[in-house]
Design a protein around this ligand. Structure first.
Ligand SMILES: [Zn+2]
Length: 283
């Protein structure tokens, strides 16, 4: 913490609807030493006051409250990019190739250290394949939210709950670099603006294709949607199975983890929240 406070405008207005739904205990230290591009607040809307300058993780999973998180979408349309996202986006074909080769070499080292013969037929092209796979699994850092949303925000006088259930998500646990996957359910109550329905799945995909923890993924989807639409409320629930849990005997196969993030009227009004949970079939 400390360091210079990012000046994100003079309206230090705090949203109380961005409070945490859950505080999760994590066994890992999430601090890194990256630096991030300062966000520029969108329009003159409320912005989330940034108090986290100097810390690396885009969204601290142990932050006391999303109040201290940076704005969901930064000036060039990236949304919580990784520290190297800009380099990846701007790279030339030669640089892209160099990156792939370096990753592949590192993978070769891992295979050797694990006692494998990297020259045997089955493994010959595995390092390159793995490099490409990892670049794909983390491509969400490069997504520009304006491209993702395109022109899919519509003015509409609809003020009833919109809910899309069972959006498949595939992500990577950042603690073990193994997959977690499951279903996301996203709901919001519009305030004169709606988003094309398929874009909700695109939004989930954009944040899932990164190194994640499920809690943060849940929150990022909710906060980005909140930023884009300024709706009355947003609710996101994710149910996922983590390979690092089910395959290591920590928990029995089939166990799943549920996380939720409720903002605005979903947070403040029990009735709204209950309607959502009923529509999800959870009540
Ligand atoms: Zn894990």
């Amino acid at each position: 913490m400390a360091a210079s406070k990012n000046d994100s405008g003079s309206n230090g207005e705090h949203h109380h609807d961005h409070e945490h739904e859950h505080e999760h205990e994590h066994e890992h230290d999430h601090s890194t030493n990256g630096t991030f591009i300062s966000p520029v607040p969108l329009k003159k809307k409320k912005t989330i006051k940034d108090l986290t300058v100097g810390t690396g993780t885009p969204l601290q999973t142990r932050a006391a409250s999303p109040l201290i998180l940076r704005a969901p979408i930064d000036s060039d349309g990236l949304s919580w990019p990784s520290i190297g996202a800009r380099n990846r986006i701007d790279q030339s074909p030669e640089e892209a190739n160099g990156r792939e080769v370096r990753i592949a070499n590192a993978v070769k080292t891992i295979l050797k250290e694990l006692g494998e013969d990297t020259d045997r037929e089955g493994l010959l092209e595995t390092p390159e394949r793995y490099a490409r796979a990892m670049l794909f699994f983390t491509k969400g850092y490069e997504d520009n939210i304006r491209d993702v949303i395109k022109k899919a925000v519509f003015e509409e006088d609809h003020d009833e709950m919109v809910i899309v259930r069972d959006i498949e998500i595939y992500s990577l646990c950042e603690h073990h670099l193994v997959p977690f996957f499951g279903k996301a359910h996203i709901a919001y109550i519009p305030n004169k603006r709606v988003l094309g329905l398929s874009k909700l799945a695109r939004l989930a995909e954009m944040y899932a294709r990164r190194f994640q923890v499920q809690e943060r993924l849940t929150k990022q989807i909710a906060m980005a949607l909140s930023e884009i639409l300024r709706p009355r409320g947003v609710a996101v629930v994710i149910e996922a199975t983590h390979m690092c849990m089910v395959s290591r005997g920590v928990q029995k196969t089939g166990s799943s983890t549920t996380t939720s993030c409720m903002l605005g009227c979903f947070r403040e009004q029990q009735k709204t929240r209950e309607e959502f949970l009923t529509l999800l079939g959870r009540k």
